[in-house]
Design a protein around this ligand. Structure first.
Ligand SMILES: Cc1ncc(COP(=O)(O)O)c(C=O)c1O
Length: 400
């Protein structure tokens, strides 16, 4: 038998994304012909708007099929600059912007450019599953920051002091949050900015869901507060706002020297993001914007329904999310009980019971740092949401 060759330590320590794990399990069941309601998806269920699709076809037909500059075409950088100006009031020059292969890649470049061995990175809980893994790849040290339950997922400046040490170098912020949907209010964000300046921290601000906010919620970027533009790398992309997850276009905006370092990394790894997708993203950002609002309104309708229903189910509790397309549900009351003949100790157990006994997929919170919670995505039709919740409720009602 051939002995397998040893792998580098960095990959043996890597955890595959748990959100993808449940999604692939659900997809495997669907492939077997099972009618699974999938609340696991982290992507809009809408098609990419037609004008964007046509722009890609046109790009191919016009011969935009070669390499571009590593950091993206100038026209797209210009469109990104305008978008950021509209969102934050900040002006970024082309050499302060880098276009990458999805926001995840933008984050990866930023983490690799900023985090060195032993550097502490403050990370509020719950966190998006990818951040701790990227920090570990950079040999940094994750410094988890607990948020008080009564603050419903909103980070407060005083939470940071609990986790901060002399090794702290930076903070990763994600507002609106995946998985909680929480949005940090501008007044609170300003105080967090003050802590970052006082402690000389850089901030990676993942704002991928900034256009998906509800009610009268205002999203602000931490970069927009005085003194913060110099220490913030703003991350965004077209995946969520324009239903373009598969196109893989994300971007970073920040201080020139950081963007230059990130660009060097990209030049030796992926080179430019797909040329055709860049032209599609250009149309997304500069073309008609109605589709963004149509999707947002539909998400909002589903959000209201799902939160209302979840809170009517015995033992489940969820705050009303102000952004993104997720509901973050506390299942602690179901711990140490039996559901469908199975012992439930955490949300992993409950998620597996729902998947295997009720054909419903939710994502357990362990991967996000909170094992008593699970995430439900409402990027699925209202009708399917209703069916899924009925099934979840029925299984719990059958519990001893
Ligand atoms: C918080 C957050 N940041 C970044 C991303 C990655 O986005 P992209 O598909 O553009 O890589 C996601 C996708 O799920 C996300 O939820």
């Amino acid at each position: 038998m051939v002995k397998s060759l040893p792998l580098a330590q960095r990959v043996t320590q890597l955890h595959p994304s748990p959100t993808m794990a449940i999604d692939s399990k659900a997809k495997a069941l669907i492939a077997q012909g099972k009618d699974v309601v999938n609340f696991g998806a982290g992507e809009p269920d809408f098609d990419t708007p037609e004008n964007i699709r046509l722009a890609a076809v046109q790009a191919i037909n016009h011969g935009h099929t070669r390499y571009t500059a590593v950091g993206g075409i100038e026209a797209l950088k210009g469109a990104i600059s305008e978008r950021i100006f509209a969102d934050t009031g900040l002006r970024y020059a082309p050499d302060e912007i880098l276009v990458s292969v999805g926001a995840k890649h933008s984050l990866y470049n930023a983490v690799m450019a900023l985090v060195g061995p032993g550097d502490g990175v403050l990370l509020p809980i719950p966190y998006w599953v990818t951040y701790p893994e990227q920090i570990a790849l950079a040999e940094g040290v994750v410094q988890f920051v607990s948020i008080k339950p009564e603050h419903e997922g909103e980070l407060r400046p005083e939470d940071l002091s609990q986790a901060m040490t002399n090794a702290s170098r930076g903070l990763i912020l994600n507002s609106p949050s995946n998985p909680s949907g929480a949005v940090i209010r501008p007044s609170v964000l300003k105080q967090i900015a003050q802590v970052a300046m006082d402690q000389d921290l850089w901030v990676i601000s993942d704002e991928i869901y900034n256009r998906l906010v509800y009610d009268d919620t205002v999203h602000a970027s931490i970069a927009s507060f005085e003194g913060m533009r110099e220490r913030t790398v703003l991350i965004n992309g077209v995946s969520k706002s324009y239903a373009m997850t598969g196109w893989r276009i994300g971007y970073a905006a920040g201080p020139k020297h950081i963007i230059k370092a990130m660009s060097s990394l990209q030049s030796q790894s992926t080179s430019n993001p797909t040329t055709i997708a860049q032209y599609a993203a250009l149309e997304a950002l500069t073309g008609p914007q109605e589709a963004v609002d149509v999707m947002r309104r539909e998400f909002d309708r589903r959000r209201r329904y799902i939160v209302g229903r979840v809170n009517q189910i015995a033992g489940l509790e969820a705050a009303t999310p102000q952004g993104a397309f997720y509901v973050w549900v506390n299942m602690a009351s179901w711990k140490n009980r039996q559901v469908g003949g199975r012992s439930i100790y955490d949300a992993d157990d409950l998620a597996l019971a729902w998947l295997e006994l009720a054909n419903v997929a939710v994502v357990p919170g362990s991967g996000f740092g909170m094992p008593d919670y699970f995430r439900m995505s409402y990027a699925t039709s209202l009708e399917r949401i209703e069916t899924g919740l009925d099934r979840m409720e029925t299984l719990l009602e059958s519990a001893e």
